[in-house]
Design a protein around this ligand. Structure first.
Ligand SMILES: Cc1cc2nc3c(=O)[nH]c(=O)nc-3n(C[C@H](O)[C@H](O)[C@H](O)COP(=O)(O)OP(=O)(O)OC[C@H]3O[C@@H](n4cnc5c(N)ncnc54)[C@H](O)[C@@H]3O)c2cc1C
Length: 402
């Protein structure tokens, strides 16, 4: 097949559909939910009604062999608004956790419960980070101990900054099963709805993405049935035995992140593009010294750089999404590269957008200050800027850079 960067008709339809939803349902509500700092359930419901929120939709995106459906969809939603976008798409991280570790039976049982149904949509949470273990996944303390008598796993610990933590129907929790093995001694568990011992008493107040719920999750003697261990006990025992013999296997949390990094990058690009478009329009309308500010090279060149950076980041994201979907190994850390670039571009572009809007840009009368607040998280979650650099540096050097 000849090489082409042209979007297929299906991709264009998908983009236009999501753009329409973002424009009609998300944009007009963005400032309100940012101020309220609450999960926008009516918009999640609307997304479920139109078939945008649900496991069937995600399965359709995932079935696309080009890998582009997910980044296209995310870019459009987050172009609408970062906080609401995350309220709608945050569930996907938990679903990715189930996908990357679960058996087909577990997928069939838990993924639909992550989303609920049209009448009663639900959200899901992926809980890996802890107060002392964000970047340093090996420092994880949450323990899972097997109770052979009852065929249950008992979870104890504290998870930090979990998107949808406590309000989720399904929590996917990463825990240590063998402390001797570091990250290779970890496993993922589904905590079913209403399980006693799981609590998230307070929501964390944030700089941005304020329509997306974030909370610490406490696990106090949380008992889950044996079938909630993702991948099953037999596979876990085999994996642990291999790790004890010194065999190589990456941690499950890392696999989940690798899978989702290009998608997260596309969210950052959506926010960056929105800010760039606002700045471009403003620059053609705002006049100083008797001419539109875009007629100054200082402004026009900044806009040219913004557009260039956004397009470059998108290319990296699409490449990584295509590679991930087609199981082409990230030999140069391409997944991390895409997220690193997209996060930086979003933070820089939204800051420049404020600059182009001047005083107006700094006020809540215009959306670019919110976009700047929303963009910053893309340098931090799903692996900070420095952790992405570390992944790329290790991949290109073949050295275990500490
Ligand atoms: C809004 C929000 C939502 C989130 N959602 C989730 C979620 O759903 N699930 C989840 O599990 N987690 C979630 N997180 C957690 C997030 O993934 C972590 O905050 C992130 O991984 C960074 O960890 P940390 O905060 O502990 O920073 P730290 O690891 O303490 O890092 C602090 C600084 O030190 C730098 N640093 C650390 N180690 C190195 C090194 N070796 N070399 C160079 N620099 C280094 C980092 O880059 C960073 O700049 C969320 C966080 C936020 C704020």
């Amino acid at each position: 097949m000849s090489f082409s960067l042209e979007l297929t008709e299906e991709h264009q339809e998908l983009r236009d559909w999501l753009h329409g939803f973002a424009q009609k349902e998300i944009r007009p509500a963005a400032a309100e939910w940012d101020e309220r700092e609450e999960t926008p359930w009516p918009i999640i419901s609307e997304a479920a009604k139109v078939g945008l929120y649900g496991f069937e939709t995600l399965a359709t995106f995932w079935a696309d062999e080009t890998g582009l459906s997910l980044p296209i969809a995310n870019e459009e939603l987050f172009w609408g608004d970062g906080g609401i976008g995350m309220a709608i798409f945050g569930t996907t991280l938990a679903v990715a956790g189930i996908f990357s570790a679960g058996t087909p039976d577990q997928l069939a049982e838990w993924v639909p419960q992550c989303y609920g149904d049209v009448d009663e949509p639900q959200v899901a949470a992926f809980c890996s980070s802890e107060p002392e273990a964000g970047s340093d996944v090996a420092a994880m303390r949450t323990r899972a101990v097997y109770d052979e008598a009852t065929d249950e796993w008992v979870l104890n610990g504290q998870k930090a900054w979990a998107t949808n933590g406590g309000i989720a129907n399904v929590h996917v929790v990463q825990a240590v099963v063998d402390p001797e093995l570091g990250p290779r001694g970890q496993a993922a568990f589904v905590v079913p709805p209403g399980t006693p011992g799981l609590s998230a008493p307070s929501k964390i107040r944030k700089h941005g993405l304020r329509a997306s719920h974030t909370a610490d999750v406490f696990l106090d003697d949380v008992r889950v049935p044996g079938r909630c261990l993702l991948g099953g006990k037999e596979k876990l025992d085999e994996r642990l035995a291999r790790a004890r013999e010194g065999g190589k296997s990456s941690s499950q949390a890392m696999r989940t992140f690798e899978l989702s990094r290009p998608t997260v990058g596309s969210q950052a690009i959506g926010i960056a593009r929105a800010a760039y478009e606002h700045a471009l329009e403003y620059a053609t309308q705002r006049e100083t010294f008797g001419r539109p500010i875009i007629d100054n090279q200082g402004i026009a060149f900044t806009l040219a750089d913004m557009r260039t950076e956004i397009d470059a980041a998108r290319m990296l994201v699409w490449r990584a999404a295509w590679m991930g979907r087609n199981e082409i190994p990230f030999t140069a850390g391409e997944g991390s590269m895409s997220k690193l670039k997209a996060g930086r571009v979003a933070t820089w572009t939204t800051e420049r957008a404020i600059q182009i809007l001047g005083g107006s840009g700094y006020t809540r009368e215009y959306p670019v200050e919110r976009m700047h607040r929303d963009a910053k998280i893309y340098d931090i979650f799903e692996g900070t800027e420095q952790i992405q650099q570390l992944v790329v540096a290790r991949a290109i050097s073949g050295r275990h850079i500490p």
